[in-house]
Design a protein around this ligand. Sequence first.
Ligand code: PEP
Ligand code: MG
Length: 875
Amino acid sequence: PKYVYLFKEGRADMRALLGGKGANLAEMTNIGLPVPPGMTISTEACKEYYHIGGKMPAGIMDEVKQYLTTVEEQTGKKFGDLSNPLLVSVRSGAMFSMPGMMDTILNLGLNEQTVQSLASNTDNLRFAYDAFRRFIQMFGDVVLELPKHEFENLLHRQKEEQGVTYDQELTSESLRKVINNYKEMIESETGHPFPEDPMVQLTMAIEAVFRSWNNDRAIIYRNLNKIPHDLGTAVNVQSMVFGNMGNDSGTGVAFTRNPSTGENVLYGEFLTNAQGEDVVAGIRTPRPIAQLKEEMPVIYDQFEKIADLLERHYKNMQDIEFTIERGRLYILQTRNGKRTAQASVRVAYEMAKEGLITKQAALLLVEPNQLDQLLHRQIDSGAKLNVIAKGLPASPGAASGKVVFDSDEAERMGKTGAKVLLVRMETTPDDIHGIVAAQGILTSRGGMTSHAAVVARGMGKPCVCGCEPIRIDYAKEEFTVGQLTVKKGDIISIDGSSGQVILGEVPMKEPEISSEYSIVLSWADEYKRLEVRANADTPEDAKKAREFGATGIGLTRTEHMFMGQERLPFVQQMILAETLEERLEALSHLLPMQQGDFYGILKAMEGYPVCIRLLDPPLHEFLPSQEELLIETTELKITGKDPKLLAEKQQLLKKVRALHEFNPMLGHRGCRLGITFPEIYEMQIQAIFNATVELTKEGYNVLPEVEIPLTIDVNEMKIFKEKIVAIAEAAMSAANAKFHYSVGTMIELPRAALLADELAEYSEFFSFGTNDLTQTTFGFSRDDAEGKFLPNYVERKILKENPFIVLDQKGVGKLMRIAVEGGRKARPGLLIGICGEHGGEPSSVAFCHQIGLDFVSCSPYRVPLARLAAAQAAI
Ligand code: PEP
Ligand code: MG
């Protein structure tokens, strides 16, 4: 059998036989890159090694020797030669990349004689001895399996003797001593001298790679990652090249385009007469690649052509490592280059324009999450940060400001022009004015779907939430984190993209939207099938959503309209009402306000559907807390000053107690409110249709969708559907107008998903509320889980991802599939979307595409990334 392959005999698709690394080296060789020649010993050889009980398969070294002759011819060097010795690296390389297997052995082929040749060829004895020392150490560690620390100890002792701290301070004489000590130690520990014969070294190294396939670390890694144990590893033997063989040698790295701007120019740096390590160690300062053009024009020319070739081949910007040895260019590695968001968009756009790739391929080159960055202020990448804590990255962008713990105060200070950062344990709809006034929000509790997170994301405002390490003391107006105390008025910064909380102000970069950005997104619209809507509660948000390319609103949370100074009293009156009459009276004040809200939103979204959800949260969210009232009533009692107010507050407290629930998320909320207090929903429905009539008469084409939250049964839907139709009909006939509207439900509870076929009878659309659906499918409180046990679940890989961020396709997704199937069976063509936070997360968007949804809806700022993700899913 054939066990050994020259690089030029392989191909990229031979990973199973040659391993990932071998296949890659083969691919590069075959597209004409000057890769240092070498060979790959196949995984079959490794399997055979184990098959025959851990012995080298017969004839394998003969094959290696034969191919080595070819490598010698290709390089003009000879293995073990005294004047121009061939040195090789030996590396493991399985089909899947596997940390835990053998490390690389470099400089194999060095011995007492060849080390002298290396010294004279590089004119650097110190370098040659250092290379030899490293080789012996690597060989001793991974081939002879001697403890690494014994080598470290010997090296350390020499440094002590010489009174130096760093390896590079050791002279050639000292290194010579270290080599001797290494060799003595090897002989006394193994009973054999260090092998001087390069062929013996090579045989032993290859066998060591085979053995490393079954070392403990490798086995554990395979078990953890479910990689079969019988694949075996390949072994790559590649000729070494040296960039330090004089002034016609050198080393460098370069990107085929500028990775921070995307500009189509070679971008990188190089050093003459140096090794890669010199760059890493920072001993010498590399020079810009452009100077290579002056110094070695022929090489530069060749490199430019290679860069071009590589981009054409891999259809992506490349990050290339190269070495020049005595006037010959070698490519050591190439991979897709990392780039900034800005560069990513520009590279994709220009590559398509240059005809290098199709528009579809260009769309696939941009990472959707990167788009988000472009819309927000970012911390300058070079900035030194004093990070004091880390929370959840709830809403991207960075902000600095004076710490404020109270929303009223945030508003007051904001009005004076001060930049403030609102710090709360958590926020409620009551904090909305504080959030508006603040540069950013930091909370110590609550997850990615908490109020602060959702609202901030909607406004495009930075937010870090669930930052448990910070302890807030409202009374003292300070928070502590570890030993540090941060007081009201101190300046902190947050990075909502990483979750970092930073002490002091930080330098920032303003967002930049380029014309390429808009064009690439318009390409996305050509290919996506999903509609992208926005979650928006105000006309301003709706306008912003339109600018970002949303074609409709997928969720208007009407409870956000129940807040605000002038409304809350009526909302509270509505809740506290003892009689129906009293409640109707309160509602009559709210109706025109709601009507005005709907008027604004529908108008801003003219021509596109606007899904308006009726009241969802439990009523006590609109009342003061028990604690607050207890303190107030106690104080009033003690002072005895205002008996009337005391009576009022006591009455309020009684009501708050009566409304108290142990599990409000599972309690009297959603359409259950509409069942028990039909007049609340009636007011909202009336307001929607009044606004619709107004706009229709003014000549606007508006498309309201009335949505019922938290349904569990068709009987609920039947009640609401009939009511909505009746009010709509009445509105039309009263105004002698005709308009279009539809009625549907959120699917956010498992029972609703399971009985979707029944719900569809009275629903013209479904919208998955995956925040609640995740909460109830997992039985995880969406407000607590992320701060308490969920990180542990993710860290220990019990769950792969936080299901409140990345849709759980396995569990929650299964319910969604059931609902889609049931709904469409009962009502073919049923409109179905998603409006939970997952609607703006790329992998979740792809899933929604896959199961046949019609739209995704997310916060306005995430609309661009959702458009791109939707296109990628369709390509
Ligand atoms: C949901 O539950 O996914 C949803 C969109 O509604 P809310 O977040 O307002 O509960
Ligand atoms: Mg919900």
